[in-house]
Design a protein around this ligand. Structure first.
Ligand code: NAP
Length: 474
C-alpha cells in the first residue's frame, strides 16, 4: 500500500472496528492501492443491526437531528478537497466532477436538515363524518425503524448522503453497506457524522461480501426498510426476498433524448456531448440514446461529433480531464464487446476507439433497436444517435426498453415538449436540458425496471416514516 493510502475500519456502535482481514481499494485508473478497509461479514452486520436497534430505543429530538445534519454539511465544506480527492481516487472520477459531487452532498445534508425540522403529521377533519362528531384526530409521523442502506460505486459520496441524511432526518438509525469498490467516501462521511455529534449506534458501516451482509439486512425483522441503489437484477432480487419490508429501489436506465427538428441544435449538441460522457457514462442517467428528427439529423451530427472529440480523456486527478476510466477491466471488456456487436451488425462509428488503456468517448449512428446498446444500460462512454421520422416515433422508441428513470427532449415548441412529457414513461422528463440533470431536492426515481421510489430528502423522509393516527374523544 502506498504511504499516502487511507486505512479505514468498520463503524459499529460508535467504535471503529478491525476484523483482521482487509479489502484493498484500487484506483481504476492506475491500479494503485489507494486505501484499505477492514473486511466485515454476517457477524459484524448482526452486531450493527443490534446497535441500530438499541439506538432506536433512545429517540433523538428533531432539532438535534437537524443540528447534526447542518454540521455535517459544514464539515464536508471544510474538508471539501479531501472529500473530492477520495471520490476521485477510489472511483476514477475526474476531479472536477468529484468536486461537484462533494458540493452536492453538502446540499443533500442541508435539505435533509430542513426536513428534520418540519417533520409533522396532519390534522384529520373528524367531524366531516357523523361517526367523528366530538372527536379530534391527527397523525404523528414516526420513524419506520432501522434502515438498511446499500449503495453503488458511481456516486460513492452523494448517493450515500441520499440515504444517511434523510434517515437521520426521519429519526431512523442506519446500517450501511457501501460498494466494495468505493467504500472510502462512505467511511469518511461516517467520520464526519460522528464529528458532528451523532450518538453511538445511529450509523453503522459494514464493508464486505455483498450477499452475506445483504442477507442479514433482508432476514433481520428489525430492519424495517431497505434502501437500495444499484443494478436492476440485484435490487428486484432483494425486494422479492423481503416481502414484509419496505424495499426502496433506485436502479438503472438506458437514458433516451429526443432532438426535434425545431430544436436549438447547438445547445442540444453541447449539453448532450457533456452529459453522455461525464464520469465515462457511469451515471444512471447518462445520455445513452439520442433520437433526432430526420430533417435535423445531419446537422446535429455535424455539431455533436466535434464536441465529443474535444473531450479530454485521461488521468482523473488532472483538473483538465473530462473523461477517465471505467470502474474495472470487466466493465471495459463488456463495453467494447457491445460496441463491436453494434458495428458488426451495421452501426456507423462516428467517434471512439481506445487510447492509453481508456475507452474514448464513442458515438455510433444507426444502431438497430435489438442491439444491447439500444435496449440495455451500457454504463460506459458510449452514445447512439439514430434518425426518426417523427417525435411520436421517437417517444415510442424511447419507451421501448424495460427502463424508465429519466428522459429528455430538445424542442422550440411547448406543444411538442408537453406531448413528450405526457408520452415518455419515465420518472422524470427534462425539456431543453439533458436528462442527466439532477438537483438534490428533486423527486428522483424511476418507473418500470428502474425502481419504485423517489429520492430527494423530502421524499425519502416520507418513505422512512409512518403515519400513526391518534383519535381523542373530547
Ligand atoms: P450493483 O452491482 O448492483 O451494486 C450496488 C450495491 O449492491 C453494492 O453495494 C453491491 O455490493 C451491493 N450488492 C451486490 N450484490 C448484492 C446482494 N446479493 N445483496 C445485497 N447487496 C448486494 O451496482 P453498481 O455496479 O455498484 O452500480 C451501478 C448500477 O447502479 C447501475 O445499474 C446504475 O444505473 C445504478 N444506479 C442507479 C441510481 C439511481 O438513483 N437510480 C444511481 C446510481 C446508480 P458490492 O459492491 O460489494 O458488490
Amino acid at each position: 500500500m502506498a504511504a499516502t493510502a487511507t486505512e479505514r475500519k468498520l463503524l459499529i456502535d460508535g467504535d471503529w472496528v478491525e476484523t483482521g482481514e482487509w479489502i484493498e481499494v484500487r484506483s481504476p485508473y492506475s491500479g494503485d492501492v489507494v486505501g484499505r478497509v477492514a473486511k466485515g461479514g454476517a457477524d459484524e452486520a448482526r452486531r450493527a443491526v443490534d446497535a441500530a436497534a438499541r439506538a432506536l430505543e433512545s429517540p433523538l429530538p428533531a432539532h438535534k437531528r437537524a443540528e447534526v445534519l447542518v454540521k455535517v454539511a459544514g464539515l464536508i465544506g471544510r474538508r471539501h478537497e479531501e472529500v473530492a480527492r477520495t471520490i476521485s481516487d477510489e472511483a476514477g472520477k475526474p476531479i472536477k466532477t468529484a468536486r461537484v459531487e462533494a458540493s452536492r452532498a453538502m446540499s443533500t445534508y442541508t435539505f435533509a436538515a430542513v426536513e428534520a425540522r418540519k417533520l409533522a403529521g396532519e390534522m384529520i377533519p373528524m367531524e366531516s363524518a357523523q361517526a367523528g362528531e366530538g372527536k379530534l384526530g391527527f397523525t404523528l409521523r414516526k420513524p419506520i425503524g432501522v434502515v438498511g442502506a446499500i449503495s453503488p460505486f458511481n456516486f460513492p459520496c452523494n448517493l450515500v448522503a441520499h440515504k444517511l441524511a434523510p434517515a437521520l432526518a426521519a429519526g431512523c438509525p442506519v446500517v450501511l453497506k457501501p460498494a466494495s469498490q468505493t467504500p472510502l467516501s462512505a467511511l469518511l462521511l461516517a467520520e464526519l457524522e460522528l464529528e458532528a455529534g451523532l450518538p453511538d449506534g445511529w450509523l453503522n458501516v459494514i464493508v464486505g461480501p455483498a450477499s452475506e451482509i445483504g442477507d442479514v439486512l433482508v432476514e433481520d425483522a428489525r430492519v424495517r426498510l431497505i434502501t437500495f441503489t444499484g443494478s436492476s437484477g440485484i435490487g428486484w432480487g432483494i425486494r422479492e426476498r423481503a416481502p414484509r419490508k419496505r424495499v426502496n429501489l433506485e436502479l438503472g436506465n438506458s437514458t433516451p433524448v429526443i432532438v426535434a427538428a425545431d430544436a436549438d441544435l447547438e445547445t442540444a449538441a453541447t449539453k448532450l456531448a457533456a452529459n453522455a460522457f461525464a464520469f465515462a457514462g457511469q451515471s444512471c442517467i447518462s445520455v445513452q440514446r439520442i433520437y433526432v428528427e430526420r430533417p435535423a439529423y445531419d446537422a446535429f451530427i455535424q455539431a455533436f461529433v466535434p464536441k465529443v472529440e474535444a473531450l479530454k480523456v485521461g488521468d482523473p486527478s488532472d483538473d483538465e480531464t473530462d473523461v477517465g476510466p471505467v470502474i474495472d477491466e470487466g466493465a471495459h471488456a463488456r463495453i467494447l464487446e457491445w460496441i463491436e456487436e453494434a458495428t458488426s451488425s451495421g452501426a456507423r462509428l462516428l467517434a471512439g476507439g481506445v487510447a492509453g488503456g481508456l475507452i474514448l468517448p464513442t458515438a455510433l449512428a444507426e444502431v438497430a433497436d435489438d442491439q444491447k446498446l439500444s435496449c440495455e444500460e451500457v454504463f460506459g462512454p458510449v452514445v447512439i444517435v439514430n434518425p426518426v421520422d417523427s417525435v411520436d416515433e421517437a417517444i415510442a422508441r424511447a419507451n421501448g426498453t424495460r427502463f424508465g428513470l429519466q428522459a429528455g427532449i430538445f424542442t422550440a415548441s411547448i406543444d411538442t415538449a408537453l406531448r413528450a412529457a405526457d408520452g415518455l414513461e419515465f420518472g422524470g422528463v427534462t425539456v431543453n436540458e439533458a436528462p442527466t440533470f439532477r438537483s438534490d431536492q428533486m423527486p428522483y426515481g424511476g418507473v418500470k425496471d428502474s425502481g419504485n421510489t423517489r429520492e430527494g430528502p423530502a421524499y425519502a423522509v416520507r418513505e422512512m416514516t409512518e403515519d400513526r393516527l391518534v383519535v381523542i374523544q373530547r
